[in-house]
Design a protein around this ligand. Sequence first.
Ligand code: PLP
Ligand code: COI
Length: 354
Amino acid sequence: MEIKVTRATQTGTRPKDEDLGFGTVFTDHMFVMDYEEGKGWMDPRIEPFSDFSMSPAAMVFHYGQAIFEGLKAYKTPDGKIQLFRARDNFARMNRSAKGLCIPEIDVDLVMDGMKQLIKLEEKWIPETLGTALYIRPTIIASDPFLGVRSSFTFKFFIILSSVGAYYAQGLNPVKIWVSKDHVRAVRGGVGEFKTAGNYAASLLAGEKAKEEGYVQVMWLDALEMKYIEEVGAMNIFFIINGELVTPDLSGSILPGITRYSVLALAEKWGMKVQERKVSIDELFEAHENGTLTEVFGSGTAAVISPVGEIRYGDRVMNIGDGTPGETSMKFYDALTGIQYGKEEDTEGWIETIE
Ligand code: PLP
Ligand code: COI
């Protein structure tokens, strides 16, 4: 399918790398296509970044039929543009689509549209380690209809944002708070899909965590409220007895692309890896007997984020000495080395935009 390109007549300027936060700076263009039942996805186009005009009755506003992805493009020292495991993000988007009754997309078409868009927006890609061009593909239900059913029309779009670190702390260890009263998702629900409502459901607990001085919530399983699932915007890893431990995919956790990448690197390095249930009690025990040596989160926005403190009710554990742990740094260096083209891509994770 041909992708029509309409260029913006006015364009913006990228802020300096050191002034970039997360998610506030948008580029000049976006990729858009529409879906109609019986016709399929159509009219793929790149056009100036602008507001959408939609009916206030559009189903996405009422019933939250919306899915999205998050991935990044990086600038290498020799000026190439690299995408990290982008096809895996669109494969996950298609799994989310199935879960939310949204028509699947053609991965080759959206990869093509995304690459053309990024090439056009090359000047918006920052270059310093820790900065990147964040890519946000999204699908929303657009039928103006108040009955509850799946929409017959949808809009797919990709917007781009020049970003710095997700956490203001950068690579310094973050403090996370375990919710005793709230759950994010339950097995059989939509927790394993990247759908808007999961994030809406996380806000109240997130506010409570912030009031207490913590940056994100660590969720426990919804059935027993005992086993650790994940953190607001990242999957979670522990080093216990020198082994890499992470919660197994329970059906209610987002299967992170960074999580898979950490597991693959660990196996390659000959680390002992366990994907299994980890209870919050086991974690406190391991901390008390000194076998828990590191905790870190993994995610596209967060990259590898060391965790320095975990609070669960009145119990607080401090991990490490306030600086990033050795294993966390090893994963951070290996992943960013590949992403920014400073290390060889031995795993076949990189696609270059020519
Ligand atoms: N868990 C949640 C809830 C997330 O929002 C994210 C971010 O995308 C992740 C985990 C990590 O996933 P990925 O590594 O694919 O970015
Ligand atoms: C990501 O890492 O891409 C996320 O989705 C995190 C958050 C901004 C929702």
